[in-house]
Design a protein. Structure first.
Length: 335
């Protein structure tokens, strides 16, 4: 039995959420609905421009949200990332530990610099727009990897946002080599449509001849495969990943288990904030398949978990929501 269900590698970002309206984006030239990399000055300007109370500040980053979700459901995970020796860095490291996530971070050995920050802007239609200053996370390299922990994991989980830097790509490739040496399966998330559009060659380099599991939404699937329809995209993805999950928003998800496609229903809710929905889906799914459930059962759990996280602010579930999702999964049995 492996020590960790999931070993993640990704950006370490302290998320700060605000509520804004659509006019804010036009006034301040912000592209809605995607993640945009910005510098520290631009991020500070936007924070000053927002006339809204801070909703919540917590450790974030896509893959971090996913491994924390694994732990919330009762699994175990390890997270490799990079933070600086500043207040945000120590906050981030402590938050990972509070959530039971093991990490490469050592508070006595953090480097000088600025920890990455993500400004998450949520509009009344529940869409999330992110402006991210990577800070020291932009220099994340293979030095953050811990092969002993990776070898003791069922899955390596790669955050797609890392393809925006050459060092990130090399870290992902090194992690894949380590995983291959130890028989660890590899999963990757495409992360964001704009990242897929502008960094497709980097994704192709990391994915190589294929991965064991891929997570994406419909727009990312269409963009990565240069497809016009979902049916076309999912056929092409068979040559990219042995198994994959495409989330479809209010239409649920479609899962390929290596043999057949399984359509997963959605759980309709009044969405408030879609930040972290895909991360939660991946975390719940990975937890389920590493604990004896089928891809169909994992898809149902993931869809329910994602529906619960969009009905509240922030990318994490409350404890009573975690228990609800786990109880639903238990009721499904080992399906």
């Amino acid at each position: 039995m492996k020590k960790y269900d999931v070993y993640g590698i990704g950006n370490a970002l302290v998320d700060t959420e605000f509520e804004v309206d659509d006019s804010f984006f036009s006034r301040h030239q912000v592209e809605k609905g995607v993640m945009t990399l910005v510098d520290d000055q631009r991020q500070d300007y936007l924070v000053r421009a927002i006339d809204s109370a801070t909703i919540k500040r917590q450790s974030g980053g896509s893959a971090a949200n996913t491994v924390i979700a694994v732990n919330q459901f009762g699994g175990s995970s390890f997270y490799s990332c990079k933070v600086a020796n500043d207040d945000y860095g120590h906050f981030y490291m402590d938050d990972l530990r509070r959530n039971g996530v093991h990490t490469n971070l050592n508070g006595d050995e953090l480097p000088a610099g600025t920890t990455g920050k993500c400004l998450v802007m949520v509009t009344p239609d529940a869409d999330r727009t992110m402006n991210t200053y990577l800070g020291i996370s932009a220099s994340l390299d293979a030095g953050v990897l811990r092969e002993e922990a990776l070898a003791a994991s069922q899955y390596l989980y790669l955050e797609g946002y890392l393809v925006t830097s050459e060092l990130g790509v090399e870290a992902m490739l090194t992690a894949r080599q380590m995983a291959a040496r130890h028989g660890v399966r590899t999963a990757i998330t495409l992360s964001d449509p704009s990242i897929v559009e502008f960094f497709k060659p980097q994704f192709e380099k990391v994915i190589g001849s294929g991965v064991d599991m891929l997570f994406c939404n419909e727009e990312e699937a269409l963009t990565y495969t240069d497809s016009e329809t979902l049916l076309e995209a999912r056929e092409k993805l068979k040559f990219v990943a042995k198994n994959f999950a495409i989330t479809l928003g209010k239409n649920g998800a479609t899962i390929f288990d290596g043999d057949t496609f399984v359509d997963i229903e959605s759980f309709p809710v009044q969405a408030i904030d879609t930040n972290g929905a895909g991360d939660m889906f991946a975390g719940a799914f990975l937890y389920a398949i590493t604990h004896g459930h089928s891809y169909a059962g994992a898809g149902k759990m993931a869809s329910l978990a994602a529906s619960r996280v969009v009905a509240k602010f922030g990318p994490r579930l409350e404890q009573h929501q975690v228990e609800e999702v786990k109880n639903r999964l238990a009721a499904l049995g080992r399906m």
